[in-house]
Design a protein around this ligand. Structure first.
Ligand SMILES: *[C@@H]1O[C@H](CO)[C@@H](O)[C@H](O)[C@H]1NC(C)=O
Ligand SMILES: *[C@@H]1O[C@H](CO)[C@@H](O)[C@H](O)[C@H]1NC(C)=O
Ligand SMILES: *[C@@H]1O[C@H](CO)[C@@H](O)[C@H](O)[C@H]1NC(C)=O
Ligand SMILES: *[C@@H]1O[C@H](CO)[C@@H](O)[C@H](O)[C@H]1NC(C)=O
Ligand SMILES: *[C@@H]1O[C@H](CO)[C@@H](O)[C@H](O)[C@H]1NC(C)=O
Ligand SMILES: *[C@@H]1O[C@H](CO)[C@@H](O)[C@H](O)[C@H]1NC(C)=O
Ligand SMILES: *[C@@H]1O[C@H](CO)[C@@H](O)[C@H](O)[C@H]1NC(C)=O
Ligand SMILES: *[C@@H]1O[C@H](CO)[C@@H](O)[C@H](O)[C@H]1NC(C)=O
Ligand SMILES: *[C@@H]1O[C@H](CO)[C@@H](O)[C@H](O)[C@H]1NC(C)=O
Ligand SMILES: CC(=O)N[C@H]1CO[C@H](CO)[C@@H](O)[C@@H]1O
Length: 283
């Protein structure tokens, strides 16, 4: 069906007559890019995924380039600044993704020690989150701070490693006592921070927190996407302009399906324009 947004059969008939004059032949078969982005897709243990996400099985123009999922394992992997993250949750309503660093998932001792590096043009931390510091290759300390110690063999030398939350850093003089070769930050939420601040916290707790991951809210022109979808389009990306694109049944538009969108073409007919002619605009 091409005109399923019009319920009245009278309007349908009028539309049909007008369509003979106004609608290009490609209108009903659909723009190829529009057709390619139909429906939602599955990835590992997630179903119903849509823009800004895409994967190997879906055309790249149907998603934002930074949101490509690797669906080969038991959970999707998302590459952020060339490092892999396990995707543990996706909430498209609140634009919240829960990810865990693949190298630190159920693991306190990664082979390569690197900081968590994110593109803050695309992602934000929930405001209650904080950084957990993991310090590797440290000289030994004694006393109370050793509760935050864990084992990790760095460069074939077994040395002490420590984890400390922001509160621990603030309330102890750990930073003046511990001398480490490498420090990294990993985001954690408030609940996890409380757990790891407690003097009863253990390496097991650390492992569990790292396994649970952290939340990130994303911003990938989702407002544009809502407008596009409302106009009957499918959200995507124009790689030649590196910007959002709205694929409509007749052709791609910059923001949403309409007739005289500046920047492309020269104003072919569309649902919106026709409905304006008929005075039956449905929104
Ligand atoms: C997918 O699996 C991961 C790891 O087992 C789990 O944390 C996550 O909740 C699962 N997601 C869904 C949508 O089932
Ligand atoms: C997490 O790591 C521990 C210790 O290495 C292991 O016993 C456990 O099976 C792992 N859990 C998962 C879900 O991989
Ligand atoms: C952790 O530290 C980095 C670098 O200072 C900062 O950009 C980031 O927002 C911090 N993360 C959280 C959860 O506050
Ligand atoms: C381990 O050795 C490599 C190569 O010598 C070095 O680049 C890296 O910083 C070392 N890691 C730590 C934690 O010292
Ligand atoms: C730092 O901690 C050590 C060991 O608990 C203690 O001996 C020292 O007095 C502390 N230094 C400061 C400045 O609090
Ligand atoms: C890592 O952090 C500890 C404690 O804050 C500090 O003593 C050490 O100098 C830091 N090391 C590096 C390489 O930044
Ligand atoms: C906090 O993070 C842990 C994983 O580290 C997760 O299990 C828990 O559900 C999160 N809590 C909240 C309130 O988001
Ligand atoms: C991408 O944008 C360019 C420049 O505005 C336009 O010519 C082209 O048709 C667009 N392509 C798609 C697929 O939207
Ligand atoms: C089409 O959309 C553009 C924004 O993308 C807007 O400036 C223009 O007024 C719209 N035209 C019509 C006919 O709605
Ligand atoms: C995160 C992102 O891609 N933002 C873009 C949303 O769209 C506007 C206008 O096309 C761009 O300027 C932003 O960079």
């Amino acid at each position: 069906m091409c005109f399923n947004s019009f319920s009245s059969s009278t309007v349908f008939l009028a539309m049909f007559i007008i369509s003979i004059y106004y609608i290009p032949t490609s209108f009903c078969q659909g723009d190829a890019q529009y057709v390619a982005c139909a429906g939602r897709f599955r990835c590992a243990n997630f179903s119903n995924l849509e823009y800004p996400f895409w994967s190997g099985g879906r055309a790249p123009h149907c998603g934002h380039p930074a949101f490509k999922l690797d669906c080969q394992g038991d959970v999707p992997l998302l590459t952020l600044r060339s490092r892999p993250y396990r995707v543990l949750g996706i909430d498209t309503r609140s634009l919240l993704i829960t990810v865990a660093r693949q190298d630190l998932w159920n693991n306190t001792c990664p082979r390569l020690i690197f900081n968590t590096d994110l593109d803050y043009r695309l992602f934000r931390h929930p405001s209650s989150d904080q950084n957990l510091t993991l310090s590797y290759g440290c000289a030994k300390v004694s006393g109370q701070l050793s509760i935050y110690q864990f084992e990790c063999t760095v460069n074939e030398t077994s040395s002490d490693s420590y984890f400390y939350t922001q509160l621990v850093l603030l309330e102890t003089n750990i930073s003046t006592q511990v001398n480490c070769r490498k420090n990294i930050s990993v985001p954690i939420n408030r609940t996890s921070a409380q757990l790891l601040t407690a003097t009863t916290s253990s390496e097991h707790d650390l492992r569990e927190v790292l396994k649970g991951g952290f939340g990130l809210t994303w911003e990938a022109n989702d407002t544009n996407c809502n407008l596009c979808a409302q106009s009957g389009g499918r959200c995507g990306y124009n790689s030649s302009t590196s910007s959002f694109a709205c694929f409509c049944s007749d052709r791609p538009y910059q923001y949403f399906c309409n007739a005289t969108d500046s920047g492309f073409g020269n104003g072919k007919s569309s649902k919106l324009q026709i409905s304006k002619i008929l005075g039956t605009e449905s929104h």
